[in-house]
Design a protein around this ligand. Structure first.
Ligand SMILES: CC(C)(COP(=O)(O)OP(=O)(O)OC[C@H]1O[C@@H](n2cnc3c(N)ncnc32)[C@H](O)[C@@H]1OP(=O)(O)O)[C@@H](O)C(=O)NCCC(=O)NCCS
Length: 148
């Protein structure tokens, strides 16, 4: 019998296993922001928006989701290779989008790397649309010292 897939909000206790999944997942970029302190901050700021999927207690999928009061953003959608094609990613995305709606956020963006056409095909299949805007993403550093 196939093990049941369970879904629940992500907690900091999932951090180590989530990083392990991200590291073994193609197309995922694990950065300094994914250290424990970074994920603790993200989960605190975006309570109830990030989810994990588990099978027999093993973490098999993740999605991070946050918002800035106007737009949601999805990050780190990953499903363990052995568990793909079972609707896990669709369900994780649905959970985050429903949680965003409950918080009053109607639209959600995400970034897809040019080097990940398979992810692009996935998002298009789910009904996400590329925006017409032609812009580059810029970044600056926060000023002053960081806590911790
Ligand atoms: C993309 C990914 C998350 C999909 O996970 P999954 O659990 O296998 O996806 P699901 O089973 O929920 O698929 C949902 C639907 O999308 C379709 N789909 C899945 N992967 C697809 C792909 N690469 N291209 C097009 N459609 C795809 C499925 O056929 C399914 O269709 P249906 O519901 O209409 O029958 C998984 O392949 C993965 O972890 N990829 C590597 C990480 C990654 O690229 N993440 C996205 C970063 S932007």
């Amino acid at each position: 019998m196939r093990p049941r897939i369970a879904y629940r909000p992500m907690s900091l206790r999932d951090h180590r296993r989530a990083v392990a999944l991200w590291r073994r997942t193609e197309g995922m970029c694990v950065t300094a922001d994914d250290r424990r302190a970074g994920i603790a901050l993200y989960l605190r700021r975006n309570r109830g928006l990030c989810f994990v999927a588990t099978s027999a207690g093993k973490l098999v999928g993740t999605v991070l989701c946050g918002h800035d009061g106007r737009r949601g953003i999805l990050r780190h959608l990953a499903v363990d290779k052995r568990f793909r094609g079972k609707g896990i990613a669709r369900r994780l995305v649905d959970l985050s989008l429903r949680a965003l709606a409950r918080q009053g956020v109607a639209r959600c963006n995400l970034f897809v790397m040019d080097t990940n056409p398979s992810a692009m095909a996935f998002w298009l299949h789910l009904g996400f649309k590329p925006l017409d805007d032609d812009y580059r993403t810029l970044q600056g550093a926060a000023r002053g010292s960081l806590p911790g």
